[in-house]
Design a protein around this ligand. Structure first.
Ligand SMILES: *[C@@H]1O[C@H](CO)[C@@H](O)[C@H](O)[C@H]1NC(C)=O
Ligand SMILES: *[C@@H]1O[C@H](CO)[C@@H](O)[C@H](O)[C@H]1NC(C)=O
Ligand SMILES: *[C@@H]1O[C@H](CO)[C@@H](O)[C@H](O)[C@H]1NC(C)=O
Length: 217
């Protein structure tokens, strides 16, 4: 029990690390797209079970239709033929306590443009009572033409530019350092030469003096 307790609190901390991020809303035709829907529990430590249902209303429709349901562990069903084989669960895994209800649309088409509505049905189990909540989110998804790698190209290009500028900057620094070093050492040599010449001059002068002295002797 002493060993299990800290492990338990770590698990609680991990489960409590839920952040509600808004879904992207712009899908590219023919690509996959993740419809995000996260609903964090107000109190992470309260045990709960939840199921998630998704509804869709195309841009030319006036009513939502039920397209997908997910409950228990790994029991996801597509309820609308327009999405047959195209919806995959991207939400919480290996738990009935779902807080991430995201789904993934395979091969997005322009017909997928419209409003998506995701609804949790959550049963919160407090020690002496239970509460049902139904948090939900609405996402308007727009479908745009598939970018022909221009986005990818641009990002690759900007990455290359970043490296070029970093390397360029470092090369420039190295060149500058060599230049400065040379300048300093040249100045140093010059000074050394000057002082050596001076020394020699003094030395020869004193030698002359000495010679003079010697001569005088
Ligand atoms: C979502 O599901 C798709 C299809 O199963 C998968 O390719 C993708 O990696 C998943 N993404 C995440 C973030 O789980
Ligand atoms: C998605 O598109 C690819 C390539 O066009 C195709 O091979 C695949 O069968 C499609 N998947 C579905 C579920 O429609
Ligand atoms: C989109 O909807 C139109 C009209 O309902 C239909 O004719 C067409 O086949 C659909 N396209 C796709 C890719 O599902």
């Amino acid at each position: 029990s002493l060993v299990l307790r800290p492990l338990g609190s770590v698990a609680t901390l991990c489960r409590g690390a839920c952040v509600e991020v808004d879904s992207d809303t712009e899908a590219e035709a023919d690509k996959g797209f993740k419809l995000g829907c996260i609903s964090c529990k107000m109190r992470g430590e309260v045990p709960a079970v939840a199921s998630v249902n998704w509804y869709f209303m195309a841009s030319d429709e006036t009513e939502f239709s039920h397209i997908y349901s997910y409950e228990d562990i790994d029991a996801g069903y597509v309820h609308d033929p327009r999405f047959d084989g195209r919806l995959h669960w991207n939400g919480s895994k290996k738990t009935k306590d779902l807080q991430d209800g995201s789904i993934f649309i395979v091969n997005v088409t322009y017909n997928d443009t419209g409003t998506y509505y995701c609804k949790f049905s959550r049963l919160l189990m407090y020690p002496s009572y239970e509460v049902v909540t139904t948090p939900n989110k609405t996402i308007y998804m727009n479908v745009v033409p598939r970018s022909k790698n221009t986005g990818g190209m641009a990002s690759i290009l900007s990455e290359v530019m970043m490296y070029v500028s970093i390397i360029g900057l470092q090369l420039w620094l190295v060149v500058e350092m060599i230049y400065c070093y040379r300048k300093i050492s040249a100045a140093g040599e010059e000074a050394l030469r000057e002082s050596a010449a001076e020394y020699l001059a003094i030395a020869s002068e004193s030698k002359d003096n000495c010679a003079g002295v010697q001569v005088a002797e």
